[in-house]
Design a protein around this ligand. Structure first.
Ligand SMILES: O=C(O)CCC(=O)C(=O)O
Length: 281
């Protein structure tokens, strides 16, 4: 059984954990005032239709064009994306410059189904598997027994497998898995994007019929090591990077973070029937 909350004592220990297991749990990475502002922004993003609009812009780019507002234009989301402790840790773990890939924000209700085993790594033009892509999974309100769990399969980031190769297993228990079911507010799980993971519903299911239960506030941000051109997942990726530069989100400290040269042109690489959440979840 692997420890859930790893020893954060040294960067070397963190690097070892991340390299071997493919994930790192960072309790309370996001400070409470930022969590509070982010939570209000997630409510706005979901309740005022901005999330639905941004998904439509991914699924029907020809008609919709870029969205009127993107996640990174919400001030607290912009801060989270470039939260210095997160970027500094990412730099330590990757040991190389990296570029921002995408940001998603959502509020998971008790009715939301689980998410089957998958990974989220995108291809790059060199097919270079030694270049790392990471996802920072931020659980703004933390995780508790009333919420669905994150489940990870340590070591699976080394398989070089298709994203959906385990999808037929749905969210079934797998040998060697680690369940991340309890986290304090503002916690982050930093994963190698090639790590297989799932969102597993609580059993017995939360009271979905009534929709009761605490919402699960979830923001994920991803970053790619530079050295090849990565495939973007949003048709309006250039607009996204331009706005991030205009807003000065990198604070002058991360020159590669919003550089367009690290991307190919957008192409819809979805296989028929692939879940659209890959584009906009
Ligand atoms: O909801 C979660 O805890 C994980 C979500 C997930 O697997 C994903 O966004 O790729």
């Amino acid at each position: 059984m692997q420890p859930l909350l790893e020893d954060r004592g040294t960067v070397a220990a963190q690097r070892q954990q991340f390299t071997q297991s493919g994930y790192l749990v960072i309790p309370g990475l996001v400070p409470p005032p930022l969590v509070e502002r982010l939570t209000a922004e997630v409510d706005h993003w979901v309740d005022d239709g901005l999330r639905a609009r941004s998904i439509a812009c991914c699924t029907d780019p020809a008609r919709q064009g870029p969205p009127p507002v993107m996640e990174l234009e919400l001030p607290a989301h912009g801060e989270l994306l470039t939260h210095q402790p997160l970027l500094e840790l990412t730099a330590e773990l990757l040991g190389a410059p990296f570029v921002f890939h995408h940001l998603h924000s959502d509020r998971h209700s008790a009715r939301l189904p689980g998410k089957p085993w998958h990974h989220d790594r995108e291809p790059n033009t060199r097919g270079d598997l030694s270049l790392t892509m990471v996802h920072a999974l931020h659980y703004l309100g933390g995780l508790d027994d009333t919420m669905d769990s994150l489940v990870v399969l340590p070591g699976s980031q080394r398989e070089a497998a298709e994203k959906s190769v385990r999808a037929r297993l749905d969210t079934a228990e797998l040998p060697g898995e680690v369940i991340v079911g309890r986290l304090p507010a503002g916690s982050t799980v930093l994963i190698n994007s090639a790590l297989f993971h799932a969102r597993r519903p609580r059993r017995p299911r939360r009271p979905a019929a009534t929709g009761a239960g605490k919402p699960r506030y979830f923001v994920d941000a991803s970053y790619c090591q530079t050295g090849a051109q990565w495939w973007p997942v949003k048709p309006y990726w250039r607009h996204m990077l331009t706005r991030a530069r205009e807003l000065g989100l990198d604070g002058g400290r991360w020159p590669e973070l919003f550089a367009e040269r690290h991307f190919t042109e957008y192409a819809d690489l979805r296989s028929p029937g692939e879940d659209l959440r890959r584009l906009a979840a």
